[in-house]
Write a protein that binds this ligand. Structure first.
Ligand code: NAD
Length: 399
């Protein structure tokens, strides 16, 4: 594909950007993918898939990589495009404030190639108001264009790693403009490759939709965790109660070791910090408490592990404890804010003889994380943080 043939540029070919770029290419549109990771670009152009756990992606990259989907580390190569979709991450820093540094760099580079009449759509999750605020300012500064010279919109990425392609093809996607015209222009472009698309009244509403989803999950997981602990205290089977409690108007989530990953534990902070900046502390009370409840679950599970250890006929310091699974979610090799990893580290800090086993990791992978590896059958006590189940090895139980 020649550079002139590219119509849409996707900036950021990561876990979210690459599946999107592949779906756009598969709809027949020429895509220029821009990513500063040169190795990743080379692999994609050879038809190779850097995210093997993403169902169906391999086939799409094999079909379109280096042809209808061309990856490049140079923004200059995307100058011929008229639509730019930006999908690089925004994290929170040590104080839980949004860290826009990666996004700002990408916007600066994009501004250098932006032309009058172009459309820019942000898909990165960030605090409501960022598109019409920071994003627009940075693009104007770096391009020298006025606000009215380009269209600007927001459409949140609502995928889930492992299911991205089906999510993009079936799940409702929303889009909203900085102004009415931007919204309509962006909707018309996205309609070519997203079938279940909904135009909302503004970029700010679209931004809020995504952050709201994350907050809903975090608060409801905190509720499930709290109810689970109460049930344990009162000798009630949580899972039996939950099954019958859930119906059309009640959905109690599943308890866990807390909430990990790049998304759910991060997004509530966008609103918490905004309310704190405005000194509207009472508006963020539930979100703040839910974060604490979820993060503190590893202490609860560490105590439960100690109680299980008391059932074993050995001194505590010599009981080999194995945490079976340290990724943030089962089946996905990602560790960002993993509470299972944090639990393993907490047990070690407490001076316990704690080890780790993960079907997705080699012994070396485990060691690189500063943890000790063990085969599950060599441990005295096994804790599966995904199933929340304990297993004491045979003949080790006190009578
Ligand atoms: N991964 C998910 O499951 C998921 C789900 C929903 C939403 N999101 C959102 O999607 C956004 C991106 O997340 P991700 O998981 O794809 O991140 P990621 O870290 O997997 O990928 C980011 C990519 O951007 C590239 N990049 C960084 N700086 C760049 C620059 N200046 N120019 C060009 N490329 C640059 C990186 O090299 C990397 O390949 C985030 O806002 C996230 O919240 C992700």
């Amino acid at each position: 594909m020649s550079e002139e043939g590219a119509k849409i540029a996707v900036i950021g070919l990561g876990n979210a950007g690459l599946p999107l770029a592949a779906v756009v290419a598969d709809s027949g549109i020429m895509v220029m993918g821009v990513d500063i990771n040169e190795e990743r670009c080379r692999l994609i152009n050879r038809g190779g898939n850097p995210i093997p756990e993403e169902a169906g992606l391999e086939e799409l990259i094999k079909r379109h990589g280096g042809k209808r989907l061309v990856a490049t580390p140079h923004f200059e190569d995307a100058r011929g495009c008229s639509t730019y979709i930006v999908i690089v991450p925004v994290f929170v820093d040590g104080g839980n404030n949004p860290d826009f540094s990666i996004l700002e760099k990408a916007l600066y580079s994009l501004g250098k190639i932006l032309k009058k009449g172009d459309l820019v759509v942000l898909e990165t999750t960030f605090p409501p108001g960022t598109t019409e605020g920071m994003v627009q300012s940075r693009l104007c500064e770096s391009s020298g264009l006025r606000e009215s010279d380009f269209f600007l919109a927001y459409s949140p990425e609502r995928i889930m790693t492992g299911y991205s392609l089906s999510r993009l093809r079936e799940f409702p996607k929303v889009i909203g403009g900085r102004d009415e015209e931007s919204g309509i222009v962006a909707y018309q472009v996205y309609k070519k490759f997203i079938s279940n698309l909904h135009l909302v009244s503004s970029a700010k509403v679209a931004e809020m939709i995504k952050v709201m989803e994350g907050c809903y999950r975090d608060v409801n997981i905190a509720l499930a965790n709290e109810l689970f602990k109460i049930c344990q205290d009162m000798g009630i089977d949580f899972f039996e109660a939950r099954e019958k409690a859930n119906h059309q108007f009640c959905h109690i989530h599943l308890p866990s070791t807390g909430v990990g990953g790049h998304c759910i534990p991060v997004y509530p902070w966008f609103l918490i910090k905004e309310m704190e900046k405005r000194e509207h502390f009472s508006n963020r009370r539930l979100l703040r408490t839910s974060r604490d409840v979820n993060d503190e679950m590893i202490r609860y599970w560490a105590e439960r592990i100690l109680l299980e250890c008391m059932k074993i006929n050995k001194p505590l310091s010599s009981i080999k404890i194995c945490i079976k699974g340290i990724t943030f979610r089962a089946g996905v090799k990602e560790f960002y804010h993993s509470r299972n990893l944090a639990l393993a580290r907490l047990l070690m800090e407490k001076g316990l003889d704690a080890y780790v086993y993960d079907p997705l990791l080699s012994e070396l992978d485990v060691q690189k994380k500063g943890l000790r590896y063990i085969e599950p059958d060599k441990a005295d006590l096994l804790f599966d943080p995904f199933e929340l189940k304990f297993q004491i090895s045979k003949n080790k139980r006190t009578t």
